[in-house]
Ligand binder design. Structure first.
Ligand SMILES: CC(C)(COP(=O)(O)OP(=O)(O)OC[C@H]1O[C@@H](n2cnc3c(N)ncnc32)[C@H](O)[C@@H]1OP(=O)(O)O)[C@@H](O)C(=O)NCCC(=O)NCCS
Length: 145
């Protein structure tokens, strides 16, 4: 059985642990995840299955823009459509809140995520040199809704 529910501050520890498994060194700090969980413009969901919380998505609404801030699926659970399901939920939630397009940034070498987003209809808008604090360039991607 799988369940998707809204994340709360009580999920901070498990979300940080998921960040560690999904992003190795390139991840949000605990303080940043806490700030997102407490931010009224942000919405986060966790995905449960028989192994516990194995995926999450963090979204933020910025005016008429819906932003995917973070998306991660634990390594042993990938390629089963979990990210696709979380993205569909995120887009639906943002649309209901008045967003007319979805935006995200993805590491320029993160081919897996770029393939996922392209499969969902996202297009590259521009390159963002040294976007990440560790110096990596990003692609800014967008999908009209
Ligand atoms: C990117 C990530 C979220 C994808 O999660 P997922 O649940 O495996 O994705 P899905 O099963 O929904 O994949 C949907 C489609 O994306 C593409 N895709 C996903 N993983 C892929 C891979 N390893 N190779 C090629 N295409 C891939 C495929 O088109 C796939 O459809 P298909 O399986 O029918 O061919 C996951 O690999 C992850 O957590 N990576 C580390 C964290 C990360 O990079 N997050 C994104 C940050 S911007």
């Amino acid at each position: 059985m799988t369940v998707i529910r809204k994340a709360t501050l009580s999920d901070l520890e498990v979300l940080c642990s998921l960040e560690k498994h999904c992003f190795e060194k390139k991840r949000f700090s605990e303080d940043h995840v806490r700030w997102l969980l407490e931010n009224p413009d942000a919405t986060s969901y966790v995905y449960y299955n028989e192994d516990g919380i194995v995926a999450s998505i963090i979204l933020m609404r910025l005016g008429m823009i819906g932003k995917v801030v973070s998306l991660g699926v634990a390594p042993g659970h990938r390629r089963r459509g979990i990210a696709t399901e979380l993205m569909a939920l995120g887009e639906s939630v943002m649309r209901d809140r008045g967003a007319t397009s979805m935006h995200l940034e993805v590491g320029i070498t993160n081919d897996t995520a770029i393939m996922l987003y392209e499969s969902l209809g996202y297009e590259v808008v521009r390159e963002m040199p040294r976007y990440y604090s560790w110096g990596e360039d990003a692609l800014s991607m967008k999908k009209p809704m």
